[in-house]
Design a protein around this ligand. Structure first.
Ligand code: FAD
Length: 493
């Protein structure tokens, strides 16, 4: 059997392990932490359960596909519910909006609450869908770095339509052209944050993101987000994949520009294929640091996506007006993004995302209580004075939520932990603590992400949120799919 060695048990590392095990490889996964999942992990805090990172589950078909590939029935391992209301929105002027999954119902809600026409929402939705049809096949499902991608008819048809993907103006400009009401512009601008970008810079092509949520739906996995990790690890183990925890890879071993193994705890393990699920920046700087001449510097120096500051609060009360996903918008969205991207600091009135999994999974909190995952977007870590910024942000967030909910929320917080860009960086080796690898703040970003295979080192592949096609669970899973289709093929790039 050929042997594959995988560095990291993030969601893409687990997915590639499954795919290669199904292809007949002997697979070993080396994970630095003593738990799998990387960003997609969970923890317990005095009777409250929290998902540590992702909270929004979209495109579940990419998870199901892994079970089907192994000849299993996905629902024997993993189940999820589609959300009727994707998210509750709270605006600083006191207005509230429910983002219904059903487009017609959502359009009615928008019309009633903001006066925007139903037609404007429908047109917007058709525009997102068109961008998806053109970009999905070329930019997401295949490598941009393989000749064969460009030889298929379907790719050529998409390339001929590329002028329709709205790459020359920003998301914000495009959204202004669809809507008169600033609240709707802000609503759709927010989708830039789904991959850690800035709507005032990112190309309007990213207006495809609402389509992914509206057309394919948003879901809640039974048992919480961590059950994605847990069920896939179970499947991988059944397929014979060996997981080694507390096994940080120290070096990728090369022989004449060919990866032949990894070094873990001073010991060399040889393999036929080496796949890094570790952030690509650290893969080069830490595991290949003796080969700086082989570094793709331009690619590695791309701007990083934003990071996050999260407060995990055990709350001793229930709030009926809140749902699973809730957004409390800032009054000046542009100023908020300027603070994050230009001043590289935390804005004094941040947009707050509040996730409460106990709304769907009652045993995630004690009876009568809720588990609050309170997150704001913050810049990637470039050495800011985080202690000071976090204390200030905590006060501002509590003040804002209290004002918008009409209750002093601080009184109900009975336990707390905090995740910030520094701890995101140290716990998952994500450069600068960025959540989604590189940002998509310019039209060329898709082409400037690292490929899924090394151009200079044979037998070395990459999967995960820091490489093509990008961050977020669905794209990380697609990166594993692209790698599995590439491994073992000898064609040149
Ligand atoms: P990662 O999760 O980055 O894991 C990499 C793994 O490699 C880690 O386990 C790490 O310990 C291991 N590793 C690193 N170095 C070594 C080494 N030398 N040796 C061995 N192991 C090593 N996505 C969504 O789809 N929806 C969301 O709602 C969402 N929200 C998010 C909120 C937060 C706070 C965060 C942090 C992320 C969020 N994301 C969301 C993004 C999503 O979590 C990531 O894109 C995805 O989980 C990345 O998976 P990955 O496979 O790249 O690996």
């Amino acid at each position: 059997k050929p042997k594959a060695l995988i560095i990291g048990a993030g969601i893409a590392g687990i997915a590639i392990a499954i795919r290669l095990a199904v292809k007949g490889y002997a697979v070993e996964v080396f994970e630095a932490n003593n738990y799998p999942g990387g960003k997609l992990s969970e923890f317990e805090q005095e009777g409250y359960r929290f998902d540590a990172g992702p909270s929004l589950f979209t495109m579940p078909q990419y998870v199901d596909e892994l079970f089907k590939l192994a000849g299993k029935n996905p629902s024997d391992y993993f189940s999820y519910k589609e959300l009727d209301v994707v998210c509750n929105y709270f605006y600083p002027d006191g207005s509230r909006l429910k983002a219904y999954a059903d487009v017609d119902r959502f359009a009615d809600e928008v019309h009633q609450k903001t006066g925007e026409s139903v037609k404007a929402i429908q047109q917007y939705s058709r525009n997102s869908s068109r961008i998806y049809d053109i970009t999905n096949h070329v930019f997401l499902e295949q490598s941009l770095h393989r000749l064969q991608t460009y030889l298929s008819n379907r790719t050529l048809q998409s390339i001929l339509r590329l002028f329709q993907i709205d790459a020359l103006r920003t998301m914000h400009r495009a959204n202004q052209s669809f809507f008169k009401d600033e609240r709707m512009v802000q609503f759709f601008n927010r989708y830039a944050t789904y991959n850690g970008s800035n709507p005032y810079q990112a190309p309007a092509t990213l207006n495809v993101i609402p389509h992914l949520e509206q057309h394919f739906g948003a879901y809640f996995p039974e048992g919480g987000m961590y059950s994605i990790t847990g069920s896939l690890v179970k499947l991988a183990q059944e397929l014979g994949v060996q997981f080694h925890y507390q096994a940080a890879v120290e070096e990728i071993v090369l022989e004449q520009q060919k990866a032949i193994g990894v070094q873990v705890n001073g010991k060399v393990i040889l393999g036929d294929t080496i796949i890094s699920n570790m952030d690509v920046w650290f893969t080069y700087r830490k595991l290949l640091n003796r080969y700086t001449k082989l570094f793709p510097e331009k690619i590695l120096n791309q701007e990083r996506s934003s990071s996050a500051l999260i407060f995990y609060w055990g709350i001793q009360k229930q709030f009926p007006e809140l749902d699973l996903h809730n957004i409390f918008f800032s009054a000046d969205y542009e100023a908020e993004f300027n603070a994050i991207w230009q001043q590289k600091t935390i804005y004094h009135d941040p947009t707050v995302y509040l996730n409460i999994s106990s709304k769907y999974q009652a045993d995630d909190a004690p009876p009568g209580c809720e588990n609050w995952f309170v997150m704001i977007n913050v810049p990637a870590n470039t050495g800011q004075n985080w202690e000071q910024l976090i204390q200030q942000a905590r006060q501002n967030i509590i003040g804002k939520l209290s004002a918008m909910l009409g209750e002093n929320v601080e009184l109900f917080i009975i336990n707390e932990s905090i995740l910030d860009p520094r701890s995101i960086e140290s716990r998952t080796s994500s450069y600068q603590g960025s959540l989604y690898g590189t940002s998509s703040n310019n039209q060329f970003a898709a082409f400037l992400r690292h490929a899924n295979r090394s151009a200079k080192i044979k037998n070395l592949y990459f999967c995960g949120g820091s490489v093509h096609p990008g961050g977020g669970i669905p794209l990380a899973l697609l990166s594993a799919k692209i790698v599995s289709e590439w491994v073992g093929k000898s064609e040149s790039r």
